[in-house]
Design a protein. Structure first.
Length: 415
C-alpha cells in the first residue's frame, strides 16, 4: 500500500516509469511507489501500472493487486481487468499450483495464511470481470482453465470448457490477426495441451488424443510446451485407447527429449505398455534396468511391484510394495491394498488382513472415505481365515460404500 503523499515530493512521471520498465529495473520502480498520490487519476495510472508489474516481479502479488485495484477504480479498461486477474492467478499458482505443493506448509514470505482464500476469491471475481468485458479473451480463458485444473481440486469439466473456448477463439482468428497478435499463439498451444490433460482425466481419451496431437503439430520448433511433456501426454492418450505400438513410440520419443535425470516416469509408462501387452517380465525390466532404486518414486516402486506380482514373483512384489511405503504420503492405501492382495495370493491371509486394515485406516484418515478394493480384500482375507461372519459384515459395508467420481490424490499414474 502507498504511504501518504507529500506535496513536496513529485509524483513519478509515466515516461520515467516506462524507461525503468524497459530497463527491467524493478526495484527502482518499486521505490517510486510512495510518490504516487493518494487519489490516483488518469494521469498517474500508467506509472501505477508499471509499479504494479514491478511488484509482481518481486513476488509481491497482493500489493500489486491492491495498487491495480486503485487504478481500475479511476481508469477501468479491458487490459487492467485482465491484468488484475493475471496478478491474482500468478499469486494462486505460487500458493496452490503444482510447483507449490511440495512446500506449501512452509509458507511464503509475502503471503499469510489469511491471504489464501483472499487470493482464490479475488481471482474468481476478477476473471469474471475480465471475461465480462472481453468474452473472447484467449489469455483469460486459458488462465481460467488452469485455475480450475490446477488449483480448484482438478475441476476438469469447467477447465476443459475454458480450454476448448480458448482453442476455438484462436482458430477463429484471421491469418492477419494471428500475425498481429503473435503473443496469443503460446496460450493457444498451451490450451491444447492442458485441454488434452483435462480430457484424459475425464476419461475422454479420444478427445485428449486429438488435442495433444494438434498441440505437437502446432508447437513444432517453438516449444511453448516442453517436447517431452507433449509426447508423454500423447503416449498416455494412446495407451488409454489401447494403441500400444503408438504409445510406445511416443514414450520413446519423449525419452529422447527429456532432461537428464527427469525421465524415470517415462520408463514407468513404457512398463505400463508391456503390462497392457501381457508381458509383465518385460514391464519389470523397464524399471529395473533404467531406474535407480533409491531414486524411484513411490508410484514407480508400486508399479514395479504390480509387474513382479503379475509375473509370479510374489516375494519380489512384496519388497517393491514395502519400498513404496517408505516415502509415500498420498497413495499408501493403494500400496497397502496391493500388498494385501499379494499376501493373499501367497497364502498369508493374516498378513493380508493387516495390510487391508492399514489401507482402510490411511484412506479414512487422509481422504475421509472408503477404499472399496481394500474392503473387498479384507472380506476375502477374513473368509480365508475362516471368519465367515466378519467377512459377510465387511461385504455388507462394501455394498453401502458409494462409488467415487474421480481418483483420490495418489491414484493417478506416475507423472
Amino acid at each position: 500500500m502507498s504511504e501518504p503523499h507529500s506535496t513536496s515530493t513529485p509524483s513519478p512521471r509515466s515516461a520515467d516509469a516506462q524507461e525503468l520498465m524497459r530497463n527491467q529495473d524493478w526495484d527502482a520502480l518499486i521505490e517510486t511507489l510512495p510518490r504516487l498520490p493518494d487519489s490516483l487519476d488518469a494521469a498517474s495510472a500508467p506509472a501505477a501500472d508499471a509499479i504494479s508489474f514491478a511488484l509482481t516481479q518481486r513476488d509481491r502479488h497482493l500489493e500489486a493487486a491492491a495498487l491495480l485495484e486503485r487504478v481500475y477504480a479511476v481508469a477501468p479498461t479491458d487490459r487492467r481487468a485482465s491484468s488484475m486477474a493475471y496478478v491474482l492467478y500468478a499469486a494462486a499458482m505460487r500458493l496452490f499450483g503444482p510447483s507449490a505443493r511440495r512446500t506449501i506448509d512452509d509458507g511464503h514470505p509475502h503471503f499469510g495464511v489469511e491471504d489464501r482464500e483472499r487470493v482464490r476469491d479475488g481471482f474468481r471475481s476478477w476473471i469474471a470481470e475480465a471475461l465480462r468485458r472481453q468474452p473472447d479473451s484467449i489469455k483469460d480463458l486459458y488462465r481460467l482453465g488452469m485455475f480450475h485444473a490446477q488449483i480448484e481440486s482438478c475441476k476438469d469439466v469447467p477447465a476443459l470448457r475454458a480450454f476448448l473456448g480458448a482453442v476455438e477463439r484462436y482458430q477463429a482468428l484471421s491469418a492477419t490477426e494471428r500475425e498481429r497478435r503473435h503473443d496469443l499463439r503460446k496460450y493457444y498451444v498451451r490450451s491444447l495441451y492442458a485441454g488434452a490433460r483435462s480430457a484424459l482425466r475425464l476419461g475422454r481419451a479420444q478427445l485428449a488424443r486429438k488435442l495433444v496431437y494438434q498441440c505437437v503439430r502446432e508447437d513444432e520448433g517453438r516449444d511453448h510446451v516442453a517436447r517431452a511433456h507433449k509426447l508423454g501426454l500423447a503416449g498416455k492418450a494412446c495407451l488409454e485407447l489401447g494403441e500400444l505400438d503408438t504409445a510406445e513410440r511416443a514414450f520413446r520419443l519423449a525419452l529422447d527429449a527429456a532432461e537428464r535425470g527427469r525421465a524415470d516416469y517415462l520408463f514407468g509408462y513404457l512398463a505400463r505398455v508391456e503390462l497392457a501387452r501381457g508381458a509383465p517380465a518385460a514391464a519389470a525390466k523397464w524399471i529395473e534396468a533404467h531406474t535407480r532404486p533409491e531414486r524411484r518414486s513411490s508410484a514407480l516402486h508400486r508399479l514395479l511391484g504390480d509387474a513382479r506380482r503379475a509375473a509370479g514373483d510374489l516375494d519380489g512384489a512384496v519388497a517393491s510394495y514395502e519400498a513404496a511405503l517408505r516415502n509415500d504420503r498420498m497413495g499408501k492405501h493403494l500400496t497397502f491394498t496391493a500388498l494385501g492382495e499379494t499376501h493373499l495370493a501367497a497364502g498369508r491371509p493374516k498378513a493380508a488382513e493387516r495390510a487391508f486394515d492399514k489401507a482402510l485406516a490411511f484412506r479414512r484418515r487422509r481422504y475421509q472415505s472408503e477404499h472399496p478394493p481394500a474392503v473387498a480384500g479384507l472380506a476375502a482375507a477374513r473368509e480365508a481365515r475362516g471368519h465367515d461372519a466378519d467377512a459377510d459384515a465387511t461385504r455388507t459395508g462394501l455394498a453401502r460404500a458409494l462409488p467415487r467420481e474421480r481418483p483420490a490424490p495418489g491414484e493417478e499414474a506416475a507423472s
